[in-house]
Design a protein around this ligand. Sequence first.
Ligand SMILES: CC(C)(COP(=O)(O)OP(=O)(O)OC[C@H]1O[C@@H](n2cnc3c(N)ncnc32)[C@H](O)[C@@H]1OP(=O)(O)O)[C@@H](O)C(=O)NCCC(=O)NCCS
Length: 219
Amino acid sequence: MRDKVVIIGGKGTAVVIAEQIYDAHIRYNMDVEVLGFAFDDPAYVGGINGWPVLCGTREVYDKFKKDNSVKFIYSLYRSDILKERIELRDSLQIPIERYYSFIHPSVYVAKSARIGVANVILANCAINCNVVMGDFNTMNTNSLIGHDTVIGSNNFIAAHTCIGSGLKIGNGNFTGLNSSLRNLVQVGDFNLIGMASNVVKNIGNNTKVVGNPAKELIK
Ligand SMILES: CC(C)(COP(=O)(O)OP(=O)(O)OC[C@H]1O[C@@H](n2cnc3c(N)ncnc32)[C@H](O)[C@@H]1OP(=O)(O)O)[C@@H](O)C(=O)NCCC(=O)NCCS
């Protein structure tokens, strides 16, 4: 049965995901289609990149609850308010089994890697041997997770992030574009790693770090 996907969101990565699903269908024959978006911004009622806006975010589950072939992808994440956006997702009370796990067909996943559910892993990513990944992570285009790294849930990994080997990464972290994380480093929860940062030391929780070597940004 063909999977039908409704994307909750409508800007930025939400649209990237829609077009990568389209690419997976057209070029790799994946049996999946995007039905449209659930989005609240009235400026987008006319549609987004050729897909309709089907309803608002709060109505989406009720609207498609009865049709089990419809799955959801949540993409309303924002680096500065990631925790609030995760809470918003949870407040929609969509059962986790109704979320779609999308792995673009160009992604390399090692046979020994263990990946949870509701993850979105975009084109040309690589997940190496013995990686353990939780749920609801977004891994954007061309990113790497090195061997033996353990990563929790609800992390947003921007494009070209390079995560080394043997790291332990918690939940709700944002890694900026082109950031690098040294092997064996430990990263707690809800941190923000600025773009192009080079993380060489452990990071606790709720910290914003930038630069090379990455240091806490205090404002
Ligand atoms: C880290 C970040 C969140 C900081 O944003 P901010 O809180 O608005 O901070 P500002 O832009 O005011 O910058 C504060 C200071 O940090 C510096 N800075 C900001 N981002 C930096 C970065 N990535 N690396 C090094 N220095 C950085 C600024 O130059 C500024 O320094 P100054 O006080 O000496 O002038 C942001 O710059 C960033 O990297 N965002 C991630 C972008 C990204 O990857 N998006 C992915 C989209 S999918």
